[in-house]
Design a protein. Sequence first.
Length: 342
Amino acid sequence: MPKRQKRVLVTGGCGFIPSNFIRHILAHTPYDVVSLDALTYAGNIENLRDVMGHERLSFVHGDIRDPDCVRDVVAEVDVIVNAAAESHVEKSIQEGASEFVKTNVEGTQILLDACRGTPIDRFILISSSEVYGTAERAPMDEEHPINPRSPYAATKAGGDRLAYAYYVTYDLPIVIVRPFNNYGPFQHPEKVLPKFIIQALRDEPLTVHGDGHASRDWLYVEDDAEAIESVMQADIDTVAGEVFNVATGIDISVQEIANHVLDALDKPPSLKVHVDERPGQVHRHIGSTEKAEQMLGWRARTSFEEGLEQTINWYAENRSWWESILTASESAFSSSAPAQPS
Ligand SMILES: NC(=O)c1ccc[n+]([C@@H]2O[C@H](COP(=O)([O-])OP(=O)(O)OC[C@H]3O[C@@H](n4cnc5c(N)ncnc54)[C@H](O)[C@@H]3O)[C@@H](O)[C@H]2O)c1
């Protein structure tokens, strides 16, 4: 009898990183993929349109906070990649933390509990570099103190440490991944890079918080997909209970990002405007790449110049994708609201 292929559950599969990851897994592995998504304002079925008919992909419209749904789906899979989240820092500041706690902490707990009742190969938690807060030393390695500075970051830290506790307490095969700032195709227009690109394409002002000095480690989403795949393929006895940064080791300020976008689209520097600094701003983020290189053999391959060019081209060629999101959620994207990295 032919051996059954591994089944991978990707929660939040219709979001930005998870949809790119699913496309990557379908193209580069023989695995079956189940995408589970509640389709919040950030989830977009269009993000998987080109692979929706793929024979190895199935879709469940469900919520990670629903224990019955989660138990049924988890019982059918070998690997879980929990990427579902409320992911927008600014929203957690402006609209309150309640939904963030429910999905990022409680949803993670419900998934973890489902794994206690069924044998699984591994549970990969997509955490975030935001759990570190502002860099106390550079680059930030996985031992950097956890000092979340926004409600979003605090809920990610909650899910991150809860997953670790389930590894220690219940011996579950947990691996925690902390990606730095992703960018690339299919990123919701509320996030800083697509926001700048769309503002520039529309000849609208690019709004920058404070003097724009805040810097981030910018990671092209396909590189992140490769990193998550390498965690999936690694020997579980080596990686269980470990935390991995997914970073480039280079930081670039928001001000420079705005300049790059204007430059690439041949728009005048006068389009950039500065507004008040954001409360809870993270001033510097730069990740150490050492552990992922040594233990996973992974390193980001896309230079910022290359990734930015591909991203700009994608937004220029896929206007209808972002225009329909803007029409549906004009409130989530107000051109007067400052653009922010997470
Ligand atoms: N984007 C980044 O730069 C970045 C960096 C580090 C970590 N992360 C983490 O990576 C993951 C993916 O981020 P993203 O930017 O692609 O997010 P996203 O907002 O684009 O996608 C999140 C997806 O999760 C779904 N979702 C939300 N709540 C859900 C629930 N209760 N049940 C099921 N599905 C639900 C949404 O519908 C959406 O499809 C998140 O965990 C995020 O915290 C993102």
